[in-house]
Design a protein around this ligand. Structure first.
Ligand code: SIN
Length: 488
């Protein structure tokens, strides 16, 4: 496949070989900014998934027997190759996902950071000894790899959501298959090419594109798959939990969010506006951790809202390849319809648009998917935007009068992924951080995501942690050895 100025495989990686789909053919990948065809990739199903799982299973004994340093060297080599090819990978990402090219470059570095972090953390998979209950016994704790790990990844971060799972899975000695989102398989395939160049042994990483239902069903049917890590919607996460029950497959689920963003009366308002911009408009509002509901103390409401409206007005909406673009296209027409219906529903229920609220044209030949950064006053919990993740560049605001009210509003959701708040009072900071029922809290920070920290949610936002040392527990099992010493 030739994407203008470079070539990339349009086949799948199974056991170190590039293969097409056995019989079902291929499906198109298009540029969300223009609807132009970018590539065709294999429409794989159960048969190819089985081959990939078996290739990963065959690669496991050798891979797990390597030292952590040997595995780490290969992961670091892959990270280095990603950084070497950052311009090309970023181009590919913008082509299939639409995000502004500067964000794609940022995502490649973010993606590589998960590999280099895991390369080092794998060396610290320490065991334990426990004082035994008998003089002639010793208790040893081993942390071991699990086996074949399957990842199902989303379109909003086509590269980073793979490496966030791949890095620790491999560092712990597991082997890996990934099914990338149908919208963005090319970044995954490019990663597979680099994995071969880095010298990862055949079968350690396998990439399958195609029919999500058939691939998912085979992943959960096959005995060799010991762990599934999924990032995506809560709705799909629930389906996977049901499927996992049959074979008691371990899961990590990073699901939907509905992040509150609280601005207290003592907040540094400029910092709060900057944090809100970073949280809300990253990837055009299409992240699980995007601020989705803003609660602002009544005494600073107007100041914050005016500052946010000014900052939003300066955002440049444009196609991802426009170097100055900050807001790109939404991923597809369904995403546009959802954002429009959230705005319409909020207006029907009494909210007011302060700025934005409509699709904008960015020029001839571009799809009608560019939604203007939108600020809405008068949010309430009856509105869809008050209850559901919007996944678009819309910021709805509501005033509050007390800390207890703000915390109650923030916690009034079945989701619990990320929450943000701004205050200059250290005691309030600790009290609010503790009271928020969320897995990630940005306290005076609109961008908390990083490879060093455990990312993940509570409630219907899922379970399991990605990043930091905590992720290593997701990809290892604990074995205890009770060692009888026999007569002295
Ligand atoms: C996500 O949207 O699922 C991930 C965002 C992040 O890593 O910050």
């Amino acid at each position: 496949m030739n994407t203008n100025d470079f070539r990339i495989e349009s086949r799948n990686l199974i056991g170190g070989q590039w293969v097409g789909a056995a019989d079902s053919g291929a499906f198109p990948v298009t540029d969300p900014a223009t609807d132009r065809l970018v590539a065709h990739v294999p429409l794989c199903g159960a048969a190819e998934t089985r081959q990939a799982i078996e290739a990963a299973q065959a690669a496991w004994p050798d891979w797990r027997s390597r030292t952590a340093a040997e595995r780490g060297d290969l992961l670091r080599a892959l990270a280095d190759l990603m950084m070497r090819d950052r311009p090309r990978l970023a181009h590919l990402m913008t082509l299939e996902q639409g995000k502004p090219i500067s964000e794609s470059r940022g995502e490649i570095a973010y993606a590589a950071s998960f590999l280099s972090w895991a390369a080092e953390e794998g060396k610290r998979l320490y065991g334990e000894t426990i004082p035994a209950g008998h003089r002639d016994k010793r208790i040893l704790i081993l942390r071991q790899s699990i086996g074949v790990v399957a990842a199902i990844t989303p379109w909003n971060f086509p590269s980073a959501m793979i490496t966030r799972k791949l890095g620790p899975a491999l560092a712990c000695g597991n082997t890996f298959i990934v099914k990338p989102a149908e919208q963005t398989p090319l970044s995954a395939i490019a990663l597979g090419e680099l994995a071969l160049e880095a010298g990862l042994p055949p079968g350690v990483i396998n990439i399958i594109t195609g029919d999500p239902r058939a691939i998912g069903a085979e992943i959960f049917r096959h005995d060799a798959v010991r762990k599934v890590s999924f990032t995506g919607s809560t709705e799909v996460g629930k389906v996977l939990m049901r499927q996992a029950a049959d074979h008691v497959v371990r899961l990590s689920l990073e699901l939907g969010g509905h992040a509150p963003f609280i601005v207290f009366e003592d907040a540094d308002i400029d910092a709060a506006v900057a944090g809100a911009m970073a949280s809300k408009f990253r990837n055009t509002g299409q992240t699980c951790v995007c601020a989705n509901r803003f609660f602002v103390h009544e005494s600073v409401y107007e100041k914050f809202a005016a500052g946010l409206a000014r900052a939003m007005a300066s955002l440049r909406v444009g196609a991802g390849f426009d170097e100055n673009a900050q807001i790109g296209p939404l991923i597809d027409d369904d995403a546009v319809a959802k954002v429009q219906s959230h705005v319409r529903d909020a207006l029907d229920r009494g909210a007011k648009v302060r700025t934005g609220g409509n699709l904008v044209s960015v020029g001839a030949g571009f799809a009608n998917r560019f939604f203007s950064p939108t600020l809405i006053d008068g949010l309430n919990a009856d509105m869809r935007i008050g209850r559901e993740e919007t996944f678009g560049p819309v910021a709805p605001l509501r005033a509050f009068t007390s800390d207890d009210e703000a915390i109650a509003l923030a916690n009034d959701s079945p989701y619990g992924l990320a929450a943000y708040f701004y205050t200059r009072d250290a005691s309030r900071l600790m009290r609010v951080a503790e009271a928020l029922e969320y897995g990630i809290v940005g306290a005076n920070d609109g961008l908390p995501s990083t490879a060093q920290a455990p990312f993940g949610g509570v409630k219907q936002s899922g379970f399991g942690r990605e990043g930091g040392r905590h992720v290593m527990h997701e990809y290892t099992s604990v074995k205890y050895v009770s060692w009888g010493l026999g007569p002295a």
